[in-house]
Design a protein around this ligand. Structure first.
Ligand SMILES: Cc1cc2nc3c(=O)[nH]c(=O)nc-3n(C[C@H](O)[C@H](O)[C@H](O)COP(=O)(O)OP(=O)(O)OC[C@H]3O[C@@H](n4cnc5c(N)ncnc54)[C@H](O)[C@@H]3O)c2cc1C
Length: 459
């Protein structure tokens, strides 16, 4: 009987992993895939409610397959998104995320077909796996209606919801005016008579502002984040700079890396070029550099440089940037640097007290709703009653020292108690950010999926 592989999570990671697995013809496989929210294959990222929400990576870098770099661009051409002679424009375009969702759906449909042709067993369950337990050499995946044993488990659970910020009165978080999940807001319950508060000012804030405006919300939007940095656009995205990487090829301390970076930046500035190509040039080696740093250097990076890195790294296409700029110029969007002290509801109106860093004073605002766009919670022990917390309690996974996710070895096998490695449980994507730092974008996930599939098949 074939070993059974249980994959938890059917976003990009889980579904592309299935694709690599079923491509194998020399072994019959038995695969079960659990996915409980969002349609299969797109996850939250590629099932957007609006066509105006764009990919933040150009099309030529979005192929789902590491060994076929033009796969996405070719799919777009085949599907009439541009004419043959426009392929270079297409390759450097930021396409709608909904288009990418369609691409992934096509890949998934092909995957089912390939699986059937190659005689594999592939079953999908639309339920949340609540726990994994070790039972007589196998692993039991438990959801509301199923209890299934598997030989191998792959955790591809993606992003958790944002954690609630610390405020004086946490009872507010049970209010109907609070939206912890920014990707699943029921806008029909929204009142349009007061400003809206967004906590956080990164990529999810941009999406949320676009979505609110598209749905006719005309009140002012206020976003609060610790530094209130302005989001940056993608400039110079076709200019590739290699100088920095050659200098950071051997072991360097964090301080040395920052010094080299600043020297290079000064040099580029003399040619009128801004920092983005430098940041992008580090990208292929970010994981290597992260692994090179000591734990205390990683802590220092998180404390001092994380926000700056986030701004430089998470840029948006110019059209989205122009939209956000216009909102700010027209005073329809205010980005505050500061901290939320307290939020409460009185007579159906949300009252928030915010420490405004720039004015160095506390200010009070009223809102109709509050949306949490602070980014996913990564500290598993802060989550409540969910798969990862249960697996932590079962001692099947351990958190990394920085509480950014869970620990894995170089082969993506999870580390269990006392530093031992599990030979049967693998993890990929956002969950392993603490080990790799960059483990979110398609170019990282597609390689991880291929690698893990090869490991599983060779077993
Ligand atoms: C809004 C947004 C835009 C993005 N845009 C880009 C971009 O343009 N380019 C780029 O390279 N990257 C982008 N990203 C990064 C993105 O995270 C990855 O590209 C990719 O979508 C992550 O896929 P995933 O499968 O790892 O996670 P997810 O897409 O989060 O999928 C995880 C799936 O697992 C399921 N799941 C979780 N727990 C369980 C459980 N216990 N039981 C059953 N099912 C479970 C969830 O329901 C979900 O469907 C974006 C991310 C977001 C959030």
């Amino acid at each position: 009987m074939a070993n059974r592989i249980g994959i938890i999570g059917g976003g990009f990671s889980g579904t592309i992993l299935v694709r690599h697995l079923v491509n194998q013809t020399n072994k019959k496989l038995d695969i079960i895939l659990f996915n409980y929210t969002n349609k299969l294959s797109g996850g939250v990222a590629y099932n957007p409610k609006s066509k105006r929400l764009l990919l933040n990576v150009i099309a030529s870098k979005m192929s789902a397959f590491p060994d076929q770099p033009n796969h996405f661009v070719e799919w777009c051409l085949k599907n009439g998104l541009a004419k043959e002679n426009e392929s270079s424009i297409l390759a450097s375009s930021f396409l709608p995320r909904a288009v990418y969702g369609q691409y992934l759906k096509d890949i998934w449909n092909e995957t089912i077909e390939i699986s059937r042709k190659n005689g594999h067993e592939l079953n999908v369950f639309e339920e949340e796996v609540q726990n994994v337990q070790k039972t007589n050499g196998a692993y039991n995946l438990k959801s509301k209606n199923y209890s299934l044993n598997v030989d191998f488990v792959v955790l591809a659970t993606g992003n958790e919801l944002p954690g609630n910020p610390e405020i004086l009165n946490p009872s507010f978080f049970h209010s109907e005016y609070y939206h912890q999940n920014p990707w699943k807001i029921n806008l029909s319950n929204f009142k349009n008579d007061q400003p809206i508060l967004i906590i956080g000012n990164g990529l999810t804030m941009v999406d949320t502002v676009i979505e609110l405006r598209e749905n006719g919300f005309n009140q002012k939007i206020v976003s609060v984040s610790p530094n209130g940095f302005n989001i940056l656009p993608h400039r110079n995205f076709t200019f590739e700079y290699k100088g920095l990487l050659t200098q950071i090829s051997e072991k360097h301390s964090l301080l040395e890396i920052v010094t080299i970076f600043n020297q290079e930046l000064k040099r580029l500035n003399e040619f009128g070029i801004s920092a983005e190509p430098l940041i992008d040039s580090l990208r292929p080696n970010t994981q290597k550099i992260w692994k090179m740093l000591s734990l205390s250097e990683k802590r220092l990076f998180l404390k001092r440089l994380r926000h700056l890195w986030g701004v430089a790294r998470h840029r948006i296409p110019f059209v989205s940037y122009d939209f956000i700029q216009k909102q700010q110029i027209e005073n329809r969007l205010e980005i505050l640097a500061g901290k939320i002290i307290d939020i409460s509801v009185q007579n159906g109106i949300v009252h928030a007290e915010v420490f405004d860093k720039k004015r160095n004073t506390k200010v009070k605002h009223t809102f109709s709703n509050v949306i949490n766009c602070t980014g996913p919670e990564t500290n598993i022990s802060r989550l409540s009653d969910c798969l990862l917390l249960n697996m932590l309690n079962e001692e099947l996974i351990v958190q990394d020292e920085l509480n950014l996710g869970i620990q894995v070895n170089e082969q993506f096998q999870v580390i269990v108690k006392e530093g031992r490695t599990s030979s049967a449980i693998f993890a990929m994507g956002n969950l392993i950010k603490g080990v790799l730092w960059e483990s979110t974008a398609i170019n990282e996930l597609r390689s991880q999926a291929k690698y893990i599939s090869e490991k599983l098949v060779n077993r």
